[in-house]
Ligand binder design. Sequence first.
Ligand code: 8LQ
Length: 466
Amino acid sequence: MAGEKMEEWHWPAGYDQNYLPDPGSPYWFPNRETMDPQERDAAVLERLPLVIQHAYDNSPFYRRKYDAAGLDPKDITTWEAFEQVPVVVKEELRQSQVDAPPFGDYICVPDSEIHHIHGTSGTTGTPTGFAMGRRDWEVIADNHARILWGMGVRPGDTVFVSALFSLYLGSWGAMSGAERLRCKVFPYGAGASGMTSRAIGWLTRTQPKAFYSTPSYALRLAEVAEQEKVDPREFGIKIMFFSGEPGASVPAVRNKIEKAFDTRVVDCGTMAEMTPFMSASATDGSPDGMLLWQDIVWHEICDPDTYRTVPYGDEGTPVYTHLERTSQPMIRLASKDLSRWEMKDNGCGRTYPSLPSGVYGRIDDMIHIRGENVYPTEIDNVLREISGYGGEHRVLVSRTGSMDEIKVRAECTDADTAEFEKAATSGLHRVVGLRVGVEVVAANTFERSEHKAKRVIDDREHTQKK
Ligand code: 8LQ
């Protein structure tokens, strides 16, 4: 049996709710985190058929899918076999929830076991419902507590959760982990009118050690503080951990937040379906990008066409598999995001693979234009490094005849706008590889997001029809 040395490694998962590590230990579970990765992988390979069998036995969704593929969970005993397990795509989950409302026929636990219901806002399509088992919620909290420990959060620390507490799992997941870690949690929330301005007072009063939000929200908060003549460094925040969108691993965004708050930025996050979504997360000893905590969720970086794992060093799309969830377990969920993975010394002693540049975008959001692939995060990074940048921009993609055009409308403060335009034009040309038209607009022209930013307006289909 592989995994004998791994702390509390059993199926179904369950953790001693009173456990806390030795206060001097950088690790929650020293063996699981620092063991030989091949031994860990061997233990995971023993776990995978159990999770797949559970899904197959308890859900029509997985049974249909695997029967159609001629797949028997018992045969998933090699990595080669696992990589041939068909991926799950979000459209299938949505369809399953339409056909079998409200949670779809991949729920896998009895109704009496459901402890929390969550949902998405549905801004990008039909909303998705999440049903979390009681035992799963405890395990999720444990996993997140363990990862927060790795970031440097400790019992007794104040954790300020400044993200939506309605249709967003991020806040709930962060809160549950901090509670399990015996922190003082402030579920402050976000999104209601006037809350950002009031957050400034609460942050000054509570002096939290750790703070959670989306990167966009932290940038917004810094702006509002500046307008109100409060220096965000006075909040005393030591650790700002973010999920939900790229930003914490975009160098200029990261630097801006670290400087504005005099803090340390930590990137984390996979997908709401994959809760415990903090399974991809940086640590205090390995601050860049994210580590893939492979004994919580199995992360693969795959070729987006074949869904075969790409070698370390290569780019691909993250594909996720739960190892501890029994309610709505996801087996090879295709994220449609983009990242690059590596296996290197992480500096913190943890032997996990990493995403050194985080998750840098979604395949759908990548702009294909005149033979180039442009990531919105690259544009963000270029603009934020130019002095005089006003803090927001929009990327407009259009078509005139057969010619695709890309233009950036960027806010500029009262600095020299001609200088700014020149620097933006040449910076974007250098990074994007194309001539990008720059239109300078006044600061505060664009709405700020208090959740996830949306900056690209691709009008090509529309302009083509004209
Ligand atoms: N996404 C999420 N985290 C990201 C990160 N750290 N870097 C880059 N992109 C990231 C509740 C958690 O925050 C997870 C979450 O946001 O879940 P959602 O709402 O289902 O959104 C998932 C998507 O957010 C991912 O596929 C990434 O595109 C992005």
